[in-house]
Design a protein around this ligand. Structure first.
Ligand code: UDP
Ligand code: MG
Length: 226
């Protein structure tokens, strides 16, 4: 007879996972705003996992310095640039929180929405995904291709992927564990999260401009991703 394994209790109420590629200009501000948002909602009970995706600028030394100074910061360094989705997967596989916030480094997605996301999770949502009502500071090209991309995807896919949402979302530990058990090598995380099921609810928001720096997703990468 075997007994069920004793579940490991999550170490934190919240993990925040951030893929970072050449983000030296935004890291300080990101750390400041994320820290404020986390403290507001879960007090000291959080970790911030910053994943360096083979940056060529000072991103990695900055992340290291932050983790030396702030015990909430977990520094992860990839061997080279693997792209947004794999950097995110690396961070998700090491985080230990009970709920997980996925967010970009550039502050286009406001960390201050964390409180609303946690409330919806308290009401039973396994996934709270940000749904973009507007996009500030993005080129007409990016807007038009994004609108086209999400509608085409909806048409072609069996999975009802919500329109106009990126990877900005809060997910439960059980949803994350399901996601991590999927072996897909070319990962489209937002589609995979939708596919796994459970209760998923949108949170509409206005997407801001990048705090600083330029998009790391040039046209070539966008086409590969599509
Ligand atoms: N990113 C990454 N690896 C890459 C490209 C991007 O980790 O090869 C990160 C980047 O630092 C940011 C997020 O992925 O945190 C989204 O990138 P970006 O803001 O450039 O994309 P956009 O918002 O323009 O689609
Ligand atoms: Mg961005």
């Amino acid at each position: 007879m075997t007994s069920d394994p004793i579940p490991l209790s999550p170490k934190y109420r919240l993990s925040v996972v951030v893929p970072c590629y050449n983000e030296e200009e935004v890291l300080q501000e990101l750390h400041r705003r994320l820290t404020a948002a986390c403290r507001d909602v879960v007090d000291e009970d959080y970790e911030i996992v910053l994943v360096n995706d083979g940056s060529r600028d000072k991103t990695w030394p900055m992340i290291r310095a932050m983790s030396d100074l702030d015990p909430h910061v977990v520094a992860v360094n990839l061997s080279r640039n693997h792209g947004h989705q794999l950097a995110l997967t690396a961070g998700l596989s090491v985080c230990v929180g009970d709920r997980i916030l996925i967010i970009d480094a550039d502050l286009q997605d406001p960390p201050e929405l964390l409180g609303d996301m946690m409330d919806l999770a308290d009401q039973g949502a396994d996934v709270v995904y940000g749904q973009r009502v507007s996009r500030a500071g993005e080129s007409w090209f990016k807007k038009v291709t994004a609108v086209g991309f999400y509608r085409f995807l909806k048409l072609m896919s069996d999975v009802d992927i919500p329109l106009d949402s990126g990877d900005f979302r809060l997910i439960s530990r059980r949803a994350l564990d399901t996601l991590l058990s999927m072996p897909e090598q070319f990962r489209f995380i937002r589609g995979m999260v939708t596919w796994i099921g459970y209760k998923q609810v949108p949170l509409p928001y206005d997407r801001a401009e990048r705090f600083a720096g330029v998009t790391k997703d040039p046209v070539k990468k966008m086409i590969r991703f599509s």
